[in-house]
Design a protein around this ligand. Sequence first.
Ligand SMILES: NC(=O)c1ccc[n+]([C@@H]2O[C@H](COP(=O)([O-])OP(=O)(O)OC[C@H]3O[C@@H](n4cnc5c(N)ncnc54)[C@H](OP(=O)(O)O)[C@@H]3O)[C@@H](O)[C@H]2O)c1
Length: 311
Amino acid sequence: MTVTVLFAAPEDNWDAYEAPLRTAFAETGIDARLVRDAAPEAVDYMVYAPGGTVQDFRPYTRLKAVLNLWAGVENIVTNDTLTAPLARMVDEGLTEGMVEWVTGHVLRHHLGMDRHILGQDGIWRSGTVPPLARDRTIGMLGLGELGGACGQALARLNFNVMGWARSRKSIAGLDCRAGADGLDAVLSAAEIVVLLLPLTDATENLMDAARIARLPAGAVIVNPGRGPLIDDAALLAALDTGQVGHATLDVFREEPLPPAHPFWAHPKVTVTPHIASETRPKSAARVIAENIRRGEAGEPLLHLVDTAAGY
Ligand SMILES: NC(=O)c1ccc[n+]([C@@H]2O[C@H](COP(=O)([O-])OP(=O)(O)OC[C@H]3O[C@@H](n4cnc5c(N)ncnc54)[C@H](OP(=O)(O)O)[C@@H]3O)[C@@H](O)[C@H]2O)c1
């Protein structure tokens, strides 16, 4: 039977996703009608991203699942009109990109690259040789698809990686913690802390003044997770006292980051414009096709969001 798949992501995503989705549907053997417009009661599956045309899901009475294009779901999970299952994006390309970005930014701070790259002024600064990764502790907050992969990549470089998640994980090469005590232990040891948590009621402002104060003096914060994980005012204060040595931030409470925001001009802040990684259409289309195949075969969907937990 033909299933109707509504592409309800913003218009400018269509060009990138149309061909990969059609190819993936054909390769998966799905008989799908991929459309950008349909009578709501005719739609079986919805490919979704925030900023599209659909805000009210109630008219979509036949909807079997909403398949989110992005990993983060904070913009849809609180939508009370959505009662169909919601799957988030887990995409090998997205994960690979995040591993590269996190590894690059961690190595920048670990090796103190700025001191040498920015000091090309004819002055021979007899600096110190960076320590080995084995003598540096990284804190990975969030040990899901992205945090787990980034933590393992850093562990393969010999970093001492301590991780923290809601549930106690067992990941080869990582010292995994959970709970409030676990967070304290990770924060008090982490010279570089990476935030790869989803934004939920429980994680908003997780990095507040008290938690930032637990970090070793001069620690670096790398945030490719979500802006509101950090209390901005507390971070700015900690940068000014030297409690935080540098913050590399890819995500912000307001995006684009407003031109007047103090992060832009702060000498100890690196701003990147939410480019840590993104869903890659070709591999992501295969994930979406596989979920539709599963839905039609009566098999459990992959990567379902726990709406009560918010991620
Ligand atoms: N900047 C970018 O370009 C970009 C790109 C993609 C994604 N992201 C962000 O990265 C986030 C993580 O993605 P993901 O695919 O790795 O998500 P995920 O697989 O759902 O993993 C989330 C991790 O956070 C942990 N967690 C959630 N709530 C927690 C809490 N209250 N206390 C402690 N740990 C908690 C989870 O613990 P459990 O393992 O116990 O469930 C899990 O380990 C996304 O939500 C998104 O915001 C950013």
